[in-house]
Design a protein around this ligand. Structure first.
Ligand code: AVI
Length: 324
């Protein structure tokens, strides 16, 4: 199926159809967890865009500042290539790269990839207006589906990029698997640009995930609405509160939904009935905070050699450009 410039990597019902095994597994284990991919229905993606604008949420504007400053240098290093963005969302920060590559006539194509078809279609239309001569091919799908497609597609030189510290939402095993898939998808000489949030004092981190306007809380709670819609669940959002804490030992933010009453929840199509104690917490997300030197070693272990690293003056966020 192909609509405008946005292609589904698989039929839409297959993409959103999910047998829910991960929900069953997560809610029947102790402590309970829910996979963070369930944040991102269309409403969740919108809320995430709002998070990116919050005064406390520094990662987006810090990374944007680094890109604004160094996009030309990145384009000079890689030379002409196809730009492929994993988890493109609204592609706001990508503009810096697109402008720099266009200026140097180094851009052959832009391929934004996102799980949320709604937001992808809007951003492809917007970008197509801004860059009428640029070939833009949006792909709706998971990272895994996208990387499989890329691996089977030996084209010109490419730079895959993964911004916003989304890698921080993978646990170490998932991150390792993801980097293996990236390395496998790239041809020798292709580039990978990775954005990551760096370790910093706890108070700054906790404020970023417990904003005053309650947008992050709404984002966290929206996961339950998404599950209610997708699996006919009966989560009562009023019985949960959002909580985000920094786990210093694991250098990660942990986001929880805290049940403040003992109650049952059922998700009929999954044949699942779950009891939540008063005070029980469901882990909905980890957001790991990185050390640049350690990340470079990890990339190297996957055959991705660092070419250059950029940070902001406070060293709050980092970008690593590497080559396969
Ligand atoms: C998408 N990801 C990198 C965000 C983060 O900071 O880990 C998701 C997020 N969760 C709460 N606020 C933002």
């Amino acid at each position: 199926m192909r609509t405008e410039n946005v292609q589904m990597l698989t039929a839409h019902h297959q993409l959103i159809k999910n047998d829910g095994d991960d929900v069953i597994q997560g809610l029947t284990q102790t402590p309970k967890i829910l996979p963070s991919k369930y944040f991102y229905d269309d409403r969740g993606s919108e809320l995430f865009e709002q998070i990116c604008e919050l005064p406390e949420y520094y990662p987006t504007r810090t990374e944007a500042g680094i890109l604004r400053e160094y996009a030309n240098e990145i384009a000079q290093i890689t030379g002409k290539c196809e730009l492929i963005e994993l988890g493109s969302g609204s592609s706001t920060k990508t503009i810096f790269l697109l402008d720099a590559y266009q200026k140097l006539a180094n851009l052959s194509k832009y391929v934004p990839i996102d799980i949320s078809g709604g937001i992808l279609k809007v951003s492809v239309l917007k970008l197509q207006k801004k860059y009428p001569n640029l070939s833009i091919d949006g792909l709706v799908g998971t990272y895994e589906q996208a990387l499989i497609k890329l691996a089977s597609n030996a084209s010109s030189s490419r730079m895959v990029f993964f911004l916003g510290s989304s890698i921080g939402n993978f646990n170490p095993q998932e991150s390792d698997k993801f980097l293996s898939q990236v390395a496998y998808a790239l041809n020798p000489g292709d580039y990978f640009l990775l954005g990551m949030d760096l370790q910093k004092p706890k108070d700054i981190l906790e404020a970023a995930y417990n904003d005053n306007q309650g947008i992050t809380a709404a984002f966290n709670l929206n996961m339950l609405s998404h599950l209610n819609g997708q699996f006919q669940g009966n989560f009562d959002l009023n019985l949960f509160t959002h909580q985000a804490i920094y786990n210093q030992a694991d250098t990660q933010i942990e986001m929880y939904l805290h049940s403040h009453k003992s109650h049952w929840v059922s998700l009929e199509p999954l044949d699942l009935k779950v009891f939540l104690e008063s005070g029980e917490k469901i882990l909905t997300e980890i957001s790991r905070k990185f050390d640049l030197a350690i990340m470079q070693k990890e990339l190297e272990m996957h055959g991705l050699r660092t070419l250059k690293v950029w940070t902001d003056p406070q060293q709050w966020f980092g970008l690593i450009l590497c080559q396969a």
